[in-house]
Design a protein around this ligand. Structure first.
Ligand code: PHE
Length: 345
């Protein structure tokens, strides 16, 4: 019995001394392995008198149990230490810059969109999105473009197949203006949103692709004026094109959903060194009919809206001449016009 107590202390000491998992396994084998000390003692039980066998057997079991528990505990401790050490040694600094030879590039459209959103974000605009597939009401009717209105033809709309319940067919939205409608239908003024996204028109040449991108802006409050619209767009263009002296020209225009309406041109020096006016967006004061269609009282509220082509402003800013190349995924083009993450807005 005394021997057994001694053996137990000795084995426990070995367990606690084990400084790695290999040593611990060795200790386990010494005690509980096939030829382990406790295993051999268990085998010897058979030669004892029944009385003795019973008491020694019980004692032995207790010792075995104590050693097993100590082994488990020590194992967990060693594994924890191991993990802590590895975490310390293998620490990664995820704030380090990526290697310069990294191949990925940001598409110039993403770059242009990011910087536009950043500028409008700083002016306090909130970003809204709507679906590419729109209903007739949001894309046309609510925007004061009734059925049979010639503006519907002008937009070269892609219609989805008519559905059986007799409703107007859905369309691929021809502009981001339906997000104006969606926003006004679900929130009350003051409203100040920017809505970027894909738009679609059946048109294809060097300056038109069937899918393109727009950024829509909408501001509605009690006393918003055309002056606010001008100030906001001027500020945006000067920041976006990184030219504090950029000249803008507001030209009278027509959109069914704004009154008065304007198109905005910027004075640009082309690659032959000649100055020319280039149109970049349409805008105006939101038509009272549109406010009313969206449940906003036009005698209490007024505001402005604008819609800008993202490809257009990206082409100007980055000197890209053919619109179609934006969507060809030509790696040589992407390497040339794409941006590294560290060049981001
Ligand atoms: N939706 C118009 C277009 O796609 C642009 C626009 C938006 C004009 C908002 C005025 C106000 O051409």
């Amino acid at each position: 019995m005394e021997n057994l107590e001694q053996l137990k202390d000795q084995l426990l000491a070995c367990v606690h001394k084990a400084s790695n998992l290999n040593e611990l396994e060795e200790t386990r084998l010494q005690a509980l392995g096939k030829k382990g000390k406790l295993t051999l003692m268990m085998k010897n039980l058979g030669q004892m008198e029944p009385e003795q066998r019973k008491t020694v057997g019980q004692e032995l079991n207790l010792v075995k149990q104590a050693i097993s528990e100590a082994l488990d505990q020590q194992k967990r401790q060693l594994e924890d230490d191991d993990l802590a050490e590895r975490l310390k040694a293998e620490q990664l600094d995820i704030t380090l810059p990526a290697r310069e030879q990294s191949e990925g590039r940001l598409h110039p459209l993403s770059q242009a969109l990011d910087s536009a959103l950043e500028i409008f974000g700083r002016m306090g605009y909130e970003v809204k999105e709507g679906p590419d597939i729109e209903n007739d009401f949001n894309n046309f009717t609510a925007l004061n473009i009734p059925a049979e209105h010639p503006a519907r033809q002008e937009q070269d709309t892609f219609y989805l197949p008519p559905n059986s319940d007799g409703e107007d067919p859905m369309v691929l939205r021809t502009h981001t203006s339906p997000v104006q409608v969606r926003t006004m239908l679900d929130q009350k003024p003051p409203i100040r949103i920017i809505a970027p996204g894909r738009t679609y028109r059946s048109d294809y040449d060097a300056t038109h692709t069937p899918m393109f991108h727009q950024i829509e802006g909408l501001v509605i409050d009690k006393d918003i004026t055309m002056g606010h619209l001008k100030g906001c767009l001027e500020e945006f263009c000067r920041l976006f094109f990184e030219n504090p002296n950029l000249q803008l020209r507001f030209r009278p225009a027509f959109f069914p959903f704004t009154e008065p309406s304007a198109e905005v041109d910027i004075l640009w020096t082309n690659n032959k060194g000649q100055e020319e006016w280039l149109e970049i967006l349409g805008c105006g004061m939101v038509h009272p009919n549109v406010l009313e269609n969206c449940g906003i009282d036009p005698t209490e509220n007024q505001g402005f809206a604008f819609g800008m082509g993202i490809e257009r402003i990206a082409m100007l800013k980055y000197g890209i001449t053919d619109l179609r190349l934006f969507f060809e995924s030509d790696l040589r083009w992407l390497r040339h016009y794409g941006f590294h993450w560290f060049e981001r807005a």
